[in-house]
Design a binder for this molecule. Structure first.
Ligand SMILES: Nc1nc2c(ncn2[C@@H]2O[C@H](COP(=O)(O)OP(=O)(O)O)[C@@H](O)[C@H]2O)c(=O)[nH]1
Ligand SMILES: [Mg+2]
Length: 365
């Protein structure tokens, strides 16, 4: 039996099993087996498809955002309106076959936005351009999911395809440690056995051929999250869900549709330019960027062009963003603003900056 058949067999078994406390362990093991098989499959096909490659997109700007959606939902229209790019728009499916980048300027930040070919059901398992598209999403700082106002169910499909390729939306990486060892068997410190049992932990490790490890589980975790940690190739990305073409429905139906989606979504009309300012703000907020004003020694701060960095960046990360040489030659910094204990505090490499801090870098000559 080939790998796809084995996966299908196990999936069928899960479907036939009632989910309750007594079957929890069994189902967990089956899920781990599927994850393992999919990973094997991935590694094989990865090797085979290396030559065809993925999209190579030159990164620019302070952060990168991927637009994901089915064909014809208005992705290209949206990119053009947010960035002034010129991506082809069509009344037919599959107009965009390549990645089209644009730059959105907001709050001093330059955000690169990528318009991608539409994905369809089964994209994660290699249908159409699906895989290539989803792999661009994997390396983005934020994912915009665009759905058609008449097809709100598309959100489930998108989440599912993204999930299958290892993208975890709007979650933090689980806070657990698994230290692989050369000997000593499996040692588990589990502070929350009611969320995952030690026997399930051991079982999942065994399926992944881990026989010696120290495991520490300090807070509640789902079976899925534990499998994610063991699999290792998951990425955690924030998302914004957009309901597009709202110009085509009346207010009452729109409210009903939004309630049906349940989660936060931003209703817009990419074509009629409705609510795009709110959307820009939501993108900026979700990227969680901050502004740093550089002040040359003895000079005045540059408030016109802030340096844009991820929240919780350290001084040395700021140096690295400016230039490799600045990073190499860094000695110390002076700092003004929220993160400073007092004005002009002298700080080292590891100091964490905050939004709108003013920083003077002192370099070795
Ligand atoms: N009524 C309406 N039509 C839109 C809107 N956005 C896009 N469209 C139309 O939907 C079609 C597909 O748009 P396109 O941007 O090419 O979709 P893509 O395949 O997702 O890139 C085009 O005919 C657009 O003019 C919108 O907000 N309202
Ligand atoms: Mg398009």
């Amino acid at each position: 039996m080939g790998v796809p058949e084995r996966i299908k067999e196990i999936e069928d078994e899960i479907r036939k099993t009632q989910i309750n406390k007594a079957t929890n362990h069994h189902i967990g093991i089956l899920r781990a087996k599927i994850a393992r098989l999919k990973q094997e499959q991935e590694e094989k096909s990865g090797r085979a498809s290396k030559s065809t490659g993925g999209y190579s997109v030159r990164r620019s700007g302070d952060a990168t955002v991927a637009i994901i959606g089915l064909p014809s939902v208005g992705k290209s229209t949206l990119l053009n309106n947010l960035t002034g790019a010129d991506s082809k728009i069509g009344a037919f499916d599959f107009t965009t076959l390549d990645v089209v980048p644009g730059i959105m300027k907001y709050n001093g930040a330059k955000v690169q936005i990528l318009d991608l070919p539409g994905i369809i059901k089964g994209a994660a398992s290699g249908k159409g351009f699906g895989k290539k598209v989803l792999s661009v999403a994997r390396t983005s700082n934020l994912i915009i999911m665009v759905v058609d106002v008449f097809k709100p169910d598309q959100t489930d499909l998108l989440r599912n395809e993204l999930g299958q390729i290892g993208i975890r939306l709007d979650q933090k990486p689980p806070n657990i440690t698994v230290d692989k060892k050369g000997s000593g068997g499996i040692q588990i410190t589990n502070l929350v056995p009611e969320s995952i049992s030690n026997s399930l932990i051991s079982g999942i490790l065994r399926i992944n051929k881990i026989h010696h490890a120290r495991v520490f589980i300090p807070e509640p975790i789902t079976t899925e999250q534990f499998i994610d940690v063991i699999s290792g190739n998951r990425v955690y990305v924030n998302s914004v869900t957009i309901l597009n073409k709202v110009d085509l429905v009346d207010k009452k139906s729109l409210d009903e549709i939004i309630t049906k989606i349940g989660s936060n979504c931003i209703p817009i009309s990419a074509d009629k330019d409705r609510n795009l300012e709110d959307l820009k703000d939501a993108i900026y907020q979700q990227l969680d960027l901050i502004r740093i004003y550089l002040r040359p020694k003895g000079g005045v701060a540059d408030y016109e062009e802030p340096l844009i960095v991820p929240r919780n960046s350290s001084i040395i990360e700021i140096c690295a963003k400016i230039h490799r040489d600045v990073e190499k030659n860094f000695r110390y910094a002076y700092i003004w603003g929220t993160s400073a204990k007092f004005k002009g505090q002298k700080v080292g490499k590891k100091h964490i900056v905050e939004d709108e801090d003013v920083v003077t870098l002192i370099n070795a000559k």
